[in-house]
Design a protein around this ligand. Structure first.
Ligand SMILES: [Zn+2]
Length: 312
């Protein structure tokens, strides 16, 4: 880092200079929060270090026309200028022309006010985070350190981005839970409204309406129970009908079995009779055959019960 100008100009007011602490109370500062150099109007002002121009504006009652240059390590404010040579968003290198000096804003004479801060910046230090940069002037920050800082900054940025993404996901999940709860809540509200309406209709207290609401619900359940019981009874009825039909059929079956038995006895008797008759028939047939045989002979009575038989 270097001074923000070429050549040698007098330091007119140091950081927290004992001369003028009281005059900064109105800015809520313990004292002077930068270095003032006695630059004549129109002197070239250069970037004390590399960085990005993050502000370039007019503060008529304070810094006048001022700009801010910042990098990952440090930042500078250059105030009371006449004009800018760079704009917001520009990247400047150390020693690059950025503006011309003047005495714009809260200034008693031509000078350059140079505020300086480093990260991490402690804004509660009584100087809004600005520090005395004398020990840092001409102390160079190695490029490697800056590059390292940038890499670390990128890593932190990515971590923060990831964290944001994660938080967003959690937020989405919470939104879903919320809308689910809202749905449930609206159901509860509609039930409560129903109870209120009931209270108005019946002209009763809300507590009574709650009881009535519960009774209505319980009645609905009782109806369901009654319907279930009715179904059970119907089923029992149909079982009883089936049972009596079964008994009737059983009785008829037994009757028919008994009748069958009687018929079968009768049949057996008829069969026996038939057998008996068959025997008689055979005997008759034999007798008839014998008779036919006898007729082939002529019998002569010889007395004493003897017969003479002669074939005809
Ligand atoms: Zn100053």
């Amino acid at each position: 880092m270097r001074k923000p100008f070429d050549g040698d100009f007098k330091l007119t007011q140091a950081f927290n200079d004992a001369c003028c602490r009281a005059s900064y109370a109105k800015f809520n500062l313990k004292g002077h929060n930068g270095l003032d150099y006695g630059l004549p109007n129109g002197t070239k002002v250069v970037a004390p270090h590399e960085g990005k121009v993050i502000e370039a504006t007019l503060d008529p009652k304070g810094y006048g026309l001022y700009l801010k240059i910042e990098n990952a390590v440090e930042g500078s404010l250059l105030a009371h200028l006449r004009e800018f040579k760079v704009g917001v968003g520009d990247t400047v290198s150390e020693g690059q022309l950025v503006g011309l000096s003047n005495n714009s804003g809260n200034s008693t004479g031509p000078h350059l006010h140079w505020g300086y801060y480093r990260f991490p910046r402690d804004r509660s230090n009584g100087f809004n985070g600005y520090i005395d940069q004398i020990p840092f002037i001409n102390a160079t920050v190695p490029d490697q350190t800056l590059a390292q800082c940038r890499v670390e900054l990128e890593t932190v940025k990515k971590q923060v981005q990831d964290e944001i993404t994660k938080k967003n996901e959690t937020y989405q999940e919470l939104q879903e839970v919320k809308s689910d709860l809202e749905g449930k809540n609206s159901q509860i509200l509609s039930y409560e409204n129903f109870q209120k309406q009931l209270a108005i209709t019946l002209n009763v207290e809300p507590d009574q309406a709650k009881i009535l609401g519960a009774i209505v619900k319980s009645n609905e359940m009782e109806d369901q129970l009654r319907q279930s019981q009715k179904k059970v009874e119907e089923l029992q009825q149909s079982i009883a009908t089936c049972n009596s039909e079964y008994d009737l059929l059983k009785e008829k079956l037994e009757e028919s079995i008994n009748k069958n038995k009687a018929d079968s006895d009768l049949l057996q008797r008829a069969i026996d009779k038939n057998k008996e008759w068959e025997g008689l028939y055979k005997k008759l047939e034999k007798a008839y055959e014998d008779l036919k045989e006898d007729q082939k002979y002529d019998y002569k009575h010889l007395g004493f019960g003897l017969y003479y038989r002669k074939k005809l």
